[in-house]
Each structure stands twice: as structure tokens, then as C-alpha cells.
Design a protein around this ligand. Sequence first.
Ligand SMILES: OC[C@H]1O[C@H](O[C@H]2O[C@H](CO)[C@@H](O)[C@H](O)[C@H]2O)[C@H](O)[C@@H](O)[C@@H]1O
Length: 588
Amino acid sequence: MDRYTFYQGQVGSDEDGALDIQSDGRVVHCTPYLLQLGLTKSRTSLVWIAGPLSGLIIHPLIGVIADRSRSRWGRRRPFMLGGALVVAFCLLLLGWTSEVVGWFAHDIEKEQKRNYTIAVAVLAIYGVDFAISAVQACCRSIIVDTLPISQQQLGSAWATRMQAIGSLIAYIVGSMDMVTTFGTRFGDTQFKQMTVVAAIFLVAAVLVTSYSVKERVLIAARGADEKNGFFQVIAQLYRTTMDLPPQIQAVCWVQFWAWIAWFPFLFYSTTWVGETYFRYENPESVAKSSDTLGDVGRLGSLSLVIFSSVTFLSSVLIPFGVRSPDSNSKRANFTSRPPPRMAALLRRFKKIRPNLQTVWFLSHLVFAGTMIFAPMARSLKFATFLVSVCGIPWAISGWAPFAFMGVEINKLALEPPSTPLPTATMITSTTFRTHGYRPIDSVERDVEMDVLRLNHRTGDEDSDDESSSGAAAGATTTTSDIASTGELAGIYLGVLNVYTTLPQFVGTFISWIVFSVLEPALPPPPENDDPTQPIQGSRDGTWMNLDSDGPNAIAVCLFIGALSALVAAEATRRFKAVTAVRQLPIYD
Ligand SMILES: OC[C@H]1O[C@H](O[C@H]2O[C@H](CO)[C@@H](O)[C@H](O)[C@H]2O)[C@H](O)[C@@H](O)[C@@H]1O
């Protein structure tokens, strides 16, 4: 990997790491917090629907709006920064909800104050989720926008690495006793301090990215005559979703089936690991424990730490052993000159390296082959082992679809439009680092000189100076050698996110059916009358099925997920069949 990829890939994905700190933290720590504020357990699920809802609505909407944005600060940065500030504000509001409500509502009844506090906390969570979707949409698009096609795979791999680091930091921060370590300067509870850490990480990462990444200013987009109103945006989204290019459609379908597979794993694996221990290995310990729910969580958390570590290691190591989707390019094949003895070995290794489609295909099989054993797990060790192995396919599933989308989206910008469009895409680059932002009128003055050559630049040119670019018009080049414009990155990644979030609703529905059929008599874990006290597990285990001979609903959900992963594998195989490195003519 060269400096360019490292730099752009890493900073372009830094905020993904920060995102994961906040999103993992919210799942592990927010539910007890909301319960403590007095929200009933059944209603917490209505709160967590904010995640998929925002991904379904906000991610694609911001994608389209940012694609069309002609801001002098670039198309993605204003949304990233604005979104990050809203997230930071909402996170702090979430941490200090009781205090904030106390400032505004003095003379009201305790019960009413409690209701206001819950309402503000829930609003803050929705604020976090909706704003984070905007940040997520833009930080994913900026990778597609800025990296050349040949480096899309590496850029996505770095994003996955940063996410994995973010998850690990979240677990470490969450397991530290922060109040004892740092005192009460940043809040008098662990939860408050975690919101401060998450807010600082996110804003810092977005600032670093905004400062470092060269973003292009859009001067006039294809179809620039179209209005930018709400209905036009929705119409464009609808048209694009209904008329996806086949390659992108194929990636979206893989994602759809893969997320039906991942949904039960991501939502229930922690509980499943803990439950396996109490149900099959040591049922007597339920009677001894005064906090079964907490014990289940602790056992599950350990498995998640191992899972995250495996994900991190896989995301660091696996990309070295995988051929890029556009391995024809000079850049994709570039490696620094190794010592002669190593050279032959490396050449042989490069020849046998599988490509990304194969690795993605195998990752679904590994997930399926692992989770198919879930109904047979009878010990904590085996359940933890199964969860840990899934860290490998999880690393690949966070990387492969975005790498393919990055390549395909940028190839699209190079293809001749099927219908003549009113204006050309005109984008010029701008950066904080080298010369700061130019006023928009000066940008407009030199548009014609440098902008129209954008699609002709080769991926090997890092320079800001676009006038030095240009293959001869009419020549033929491989798509991989061409720099990206990411013209429609926002909208296509938004559509991919629709295919990521819809299966989460399907997954919720499947789980609901399975739980209703297999464990209908079980009440939910008991709620606590005193919200300031930790949740107590039931001594007789009534919320947990301790019948070791009966069907295990979570394991069945995981098994269904494994079957869906097999469908995802087949969809990946088909995608592989239609993927071929194309030779595109360069056109003016
Ligand atoms: O429904 C919750 C969220 O689900 C997706 O995000 C999660 O998966 C991503 C990998 O595809 C990962 O990058 C992210 O950190 C996870 O939270 C979806 O992309 C989100 O829009 C949605 O809110």
C-alpha cells in the first residue's frame, strides 16, 4: 500500500471508527440507562428501531442531497461536520437528560418529570441515530469520491479496520471504571463520561478527515436543470432504486441476504452465549445468582470482545491476501520492490491469491458453516468459539460490498450515458491543506480549464494539478487506471443501505415468529420497580428458558440466518459470473 491510499483511506474512514464507538456503546450501555430512567423494557425496542429507520430514510436522502450539493466546501464535508456536531450535542443531551430537564421543569410532579426525562432521552437517541446516518452516508461516499478505482478495495479495507478498532475501544472504554480513573470532571457517571468520549472522538475524526481529504466542488451536475426540492430528491431516489445498473443491483441483493443472516447474530448472539451456559452447562447457577440478566450480559460481552478482536485481525490481515476487483491496473499491482529472495515467493503468492468475489463468497459459507451448528451448542466454550469465528466473515462483510460499490460507481461515471443529458459533470478539487478554499467565483473562473478533464486523469496521479492529466481522447484504457469522481456515490450507497436496513426489519419479523412459536410462554426479563437499582434476574429463571430438551429460539434464529447466508453465497456466485474487467473507451 502506498502513502496515498494509507492517507486517504485512513482519514476517510476515521470517523467510521468513531461511529462504531458510539453505536456499540449505545447498544451495550443505553438500554440499562433507559431502564434506569424508567422506560419499560417493551418500549426500549421502539427506541432501537431508530437505527434501521434512520438508515432506511436519512442515509439515502442525505446521499442524494450531498451528490447534488454545490457547496464550496465540497459535497460531503458540510454534512459530515454538521451531522457530527448534532450527534455530539444529542449524545451530551442523552448523558445529562435529567439535569437538562431539571433546568427547565422545576415545579412539576416527580412522575411528570420522569416522563419528560424519558421523552427527552428518547428524542436524543433518535437525534443521534438520524444525524449519525448523515455522517455515515458522507464518510462512506467520500472514500468512493476520492480514491481511484484501483484503490477502492484498500480504502474499504481501511474503513473496516477503523470500525474494528472503534469497536474494541468502545469495549475497553465501557469496561473501565471511568469515574474512578478520571474523576468527575467529565461527568459523575460512567454513562456521562462515555457520551463525552464518543462525542469527542467523532468530532475529532470528522475534523481530521475534513482537513485532510481533497474533496471536489461540484459546479454543475448531470441533469443540473432539475430542481432540488424534496419531491425531486425522492423522485430521483425512486428512479435510481428501480433502475439500478445490474452490477450494483447484484451487490445489493448479496447485501440483502447477508443482512438477514447477520441480523439475529448481531442482536442475539450475546444473549445466546450467556443463555447457553445457564441452560445447558450450569442450570443450578441461575438459582444462586442474584443478577442472572447481568451474568448473561457479562458472558456474552466476553464473546463479543473476542469476536471484535478476530474482526480486527481479519480486517488487517485478509486484505493482503486478496486480489483487488480491478487487478489489471498498474496501481493495484504495485508493491514496493522486495528483496530478491522474497520476490519469487511473493510472485507465486500473488498468483494464487483469490479475488474479492471469491473471498466474499467464502465468507458467507464460513458464516453459514458456523451458525448451522448453533442449535447443537451445549457449552459456553463452544458457543463463544462459534461467535468468535464469525469475526472473520464480519470483517469481510464490512469491506467487500463497499469495495465493489466503489469500483462500480466510479465505472458508471465513465460510461457513456444511455440518454443524452443536458449538462456534463463538472467537478474541481479543493483542499484545506494546500491552498485553502477558493471563493466560489474563482472556482467558477477556472472550471473550464481543469474540470472537464477530470475523468481522463489516471489513478497514478496524486497531484492536485489536474492540468497535468489526460490520456488522449479516443484512446482505450482499463477502467482501473482512471481516477474516481464518485459522481453518484451518495445515492448508490444510500440504496445499498436500504438493502442493509430492510433485511433488519425482515429479520425482526422472522425472530418474532420464531419466538412466538417456540418459546411463547416465556415472559420478558423482569422489569425493576426501582429504576435506580440494577436489573435483577429472576431467581427461578422464568424469563430464561432452562428446559435443556426444548427448542432454543435464539439458536433457531441463528440457524435461519445460516440458511440466508447460503442464499447470499449463491447471490455472490452469480455476481461473480457477471463481473468482468471491462475495456472502456474514453470519450469526451
Ligand atoms: O440498523 C442499524 C444500522 O445498520 C447498518 O449499520 C451497521 O452495519 C454497517 C455495516 O454494513 C456498519 O458499518 C455500522 O457500523 C453498523 O451500525 C446500517 O448501515 C445503518 O444505516 C443502520 O443505522
